[in-house]
Write a protein that binds this ligand. Sequence first.
Ligand code: NAD
Length: 274
Amino acid sequence: MAQVPTITLNDGRAIPQLGIGVWQVSTDDIVPTVSKALEVGYRHVDTAQGYQNEEGVGEAIANSGISRDELWVTTKLANGKHERSDAVAELKISLEKLRLDHVDLYLIHWPTPSSGDYVETWKGMQDALDQGLAKSIGVSNFQPAHLDKIIEATGKTPAVNQIEVHPTFANQTAVDGSSKHGINVESWSPLGLGSDLKNATVGEIAQATGKTPAQVILRWHLQKGYIVFPKSVTPSRIEENFDVFDFELSDDDIAKIDALDEGNRTGPDPDNFG
Ligand code: NAD
């Protein structure tokens, strides 16, 4: 079984760099999908309260018999639950669904700057950390100004910022605004929801390396130092997306993929969402 590299976060904890994401995985599909991933060797699952599938993630983990300390489980605080006290209260509900006594990583899903005070939310995340309900805490979809604000207000730096990144959307401003604080980037929709797989340059590199477009794009994320969790419910693709540790992209290939950035954001703009 391939050994997934880990990345040491700014709080000293080691996260498996590759995992499985389960956004839009239905109630019917969630247990088989996570079970298949765990069987293949994935040890990192990225879910969220908003995905409404934490029960299935918990069921698959419980069925797997894999020891808790070998697993990395991330969940995210739902939008609209941004009072300081919500962070702990909502995490307790998630933990019951996940059948766990802690998550490895707990994220504020979106800053929702116009409808809530994300500084207070961030203080609530620290309460969850202090109570041992989350071992690491971070944020998602935070723009540089949002990061600067919570760090300045609380003195506590998030361990990660989970943001949209894929070849046609480098999101460099948010990457740089995270890196300057020593915050690791987790790239969501790493395949551009599948659309970047059709890119001609990606296809050429895939042909030259004898790998698939998905494997080439995932390698690009890994070699850039991003944490990544592609989503698929198809068993063969779950295997394919994990089979990325037997080749390397050259610096030239990385540069060619870097050059595909065209600002192609597929999700909402975090400054205006919520
Ligand atoms: P993705 O980029 O991982 O693309 C998923 C789609 O790509 C699949 O539905 C499938 O159609 C296709 N695909 C996957 N593997 C393939 C393969 N090997 N060959 C061909 N097609 C393949 O998109 P995503 O699900 O949006 O992102 C991954 C994860 O990131 C999510 O599941 C979730 O955990 C996380 N995420 C977080 C946020 C956030 O706001 N924090 C937003 C979106 C996604």
